[in-house]
Design a protein around this ligand. Sequence first.
Ligand code: FAD
Length: 276
Amino acid sequence: MLIEGALKSGYVDWRHWLPCDSAVAMPSERQGDPPPFTRSTAREAGWQWRIPLQHRDGNGYVYSSAHLGHDDAVANLTERLPGKALADPNRLRFVAGHRRVIWNRNCVAIGLAGGFLEPLESTSIHLIQTAIIRLLALLPRDGFDPGVAARFNRETINEVERIRDFVIAHYALAGRDDTDFWRDIAAAPIPDSLAERIAVFRATGNILFEPGDLFGPTNWYCVLAGQGARALSWHPIADGLAPEELARRLATLRGRVAEQLAELPPHTAYLASLAR
Ligand SMILES: Cc1cc2nc3c(=O)[nH]c(=O)nc-3n(C[C@H](O)[C@H](O)[C@H](O)COP(=O)(O)OP(=O)(O)OC[C@H]3O[C@@H](n4cnc5c(N)ncnc54)[C@H](O)[C@@H]3O)c2cc1C
């Protein structure tokens, strides 16, 4: 109403990179013990989430409405529910992107008012929190200095662009070509900033890390390597470590992880202890 209706701030639309613009959500009955992770599964026109709670599973299908109709999305999700549906499907619509001017005069758009990134990495609440912290740091006492707002806007947009690249990497490297959706994804260009990260990783085995990145090298490595991107070389400092020594250190590390794991309670027991 204010940021767009009154102030005409504009919107940077990322649908050419992130074509999913719809979701259908439906809870289902819990089957067995909840696993300690959310499962995201690539589907014909997007992906499906399954979030295990103690008393039910949250399920949803995030899809591109240009590639799949709402009724088909509901049918596909219903067919793949892990248990009996507990409610009617809830439909959501969104446009990936952000307000062109997020802090505009005396109006600051935070949360859904400021933009949207699909929930593949569940980053919305984090972005709300960091925007509030940034706003508190820059909160003016007298008037609204355009320089202060420009700084807020630059940092906020930088942060969301880095997350955008991380989300796009899941799609761009998926290598699927079995439906129009995945063929369109494969044919679409990617942001220069993401292309650079992938190129540097391939050439050096290194992940660029920028201050303020929400997703660090470990996260990026999991997505890049997990989606099949291979580093063609490694950092020269690694040559200083003999292969036998590397194997010994990794074996020690593996042993320590196994020791820690053996001491941890099963997920269900841990949840029960929290609820007591
Ligand atoms: C199924 C689902 C799962 C999600 N999972 C995650 C997750 O795991 N992690 C994560 O980070 N994010 C998640 N999100 C996203 C997250 O919930 C939202 O990004 C966040 O709630 C947005 O907060 P908001 O305050 O901007 O908007 P909202 O929470 O929508 O709040 C806006 C409020 O404004 C009110 N309102 C609207 N118009 C008016 C008006 N004209 N006058 C007065 N009041 C008005 C509305 O009633 C509402 O209460 C999920 C979202 C969905 C739908």
